[in-house]
Ligand binder design. Structure first.
Ligand code: RTP
Ligand code: MG
Length: 154
């Protein structure tokens, strides 16, 4: 799955407060690992209002904006940077549609979410947003280069 011609990308993902409160952290991260994505950075943090506003600035003024900011700052989250071939699109497919009603079974949202707001996980939707969002939450020295072990190493 790691042929040289594929585009390696990094994407920003965070598990929303209800995911931590529902003790689904392991379940969700397991799905990204099983997919073959590499965790190159990870931390638990409690988002400040300022960070949330910056992260969601494209949604300022929409009806769901205020409750969204309140929700994502209501408890700690688990933030990570995932790396792999076409990671941005791959992660969006793995998490499923924003609206759990439209998310297919087998996707994270399709399997664990019932509410659009409390939809388990965020993932960057483009190369530009991935770059911007990674730098909002991670310093360069918090991202790591290391090899994944092949089966022969187990
Ligand atoms: P995300 O940014 O969290 O990965 O989700 P997304 O791209 O699939 O969705 P986006 O359109 O960027 O919306 C950001 C988050 O706002 C909440 N939302 N609520 N109608 C609503 O009540 C509504 N629409 C969006 C969701 O939590 C969504 O993830
Ligand atoms: Mg989005």
């Amino acid at each position: 799955i790691r042929e040289g011609t594929q585009v390696e990308e990094r994407t920003f993902v965070y598990l929303k407060p209800n995911t931590i409160q529902r003790q689904l952290v392991g379940e969700v991260i397991r799905r990204f690992e099983r997919r073959g994505l590499k965790i190159v950075g990870m931390k638990m943090l409690w988002m400040s209002k300022e960070q949330a506003v910056e992260l969601y600035k494209e949604h300022i003024g929409k009806d769901f904006y205020e409750p969204l900011i309140k929700f994502v700052t209501s408890g700690p989250v688990v933030a990570m940077v995932l790396e792999g071939p076409h990671a941005i699109e791959l992660v969006r497919h793995t998490i499923g549609n924003t609206d759990p009603l439209k998310a297919s079974g087998g996707t994270i949202r399709g399997d664990y979410a019932i509410s659009v707001r409390k939809n388990i996980v965020h993932a960057s939707d483009s190369l530009e947003s991935a770059t911007r969002e990674i730098s909002l939450f991670f310093k360069a020295e918090e991202l790591f280069d290391y090899p994944l072990l092949l089966e022969e190493h187990f």
